[in-house]
Ligand binder design. Sequence first.
Ligand code: PGA
Length: 260
Amino acid sequence: MAEVIVVSTPGSAGTLVADHISSRVEQQPQFVLGVATGSTPLPVYGALSERANEGVDFSQVQAFALDEYVGLPASHPESYHSVVDREVVRPLGLSRELVHVPDGALGSIQTAGERFEQLLAASGGVDLQILGIGGDGHLAFNEPGSSFGSLTRVKTLTQATREANARFFGSVDDVPIHSVTQGLGTILRARHLVLLAFGEAKAKALAASVEGPVTSSVPGSAIQLHHHVTVVVDEAAASELQHRDYYDWALQHKPSWQGL
Ligand code: PGA
């Protein structure tokens, strides 16, 4: 079962997760970090950039993004190449050549998934994968119905996802229809999954993901198949969890030698 940590604010989630990542990076400078885009992980990146300012050295960290839009130029401000550069690479002082975002260029899309899987394999694998969750339960751009064995590939976005992401574009019509996304099988290979969710709009998808049933109709429920998952949520996102009392109890009685 996933460990569920309920915190009071997204800011405290950011501090908790960033402190853990920073201490891992200090022990292992060539740490491989899986980064997510969207609004949810921003408090983690904000806290990590504070650690960078305090002297934590992220320059040898390798980073892998979960996904990219297909057909959006990498230079577009909302491409995940741009978002990862703006929110993660520059504030943390990562080395650009160690940062990988799937290639969404139309001309080379047919091999984008395979090339990304090769880069992941060559890195030795992701040590910690930061994840958000969609209101429909999607993980990365694995929409409901995605195979738990899927690898990085092109995936058609649902209209709900395009509407949710319209806030980053002029209108929903400007949101690309396709993405290239790590598969659920890719994500499950990471050594530690840290799933974040904030706000009531995520409560149902979060409860379905954490407490089941395990079904490809709820891609987030794939986390139940992983051996090391930490879920960090605020009160609103935790509001539909059935076993909340147990999560709090287990956290209070957590053996002191266990980390995040
Ligand atoms: P959000 O998106 O962090 O912007 O809410 C999460 C997701 O769609 O996976």
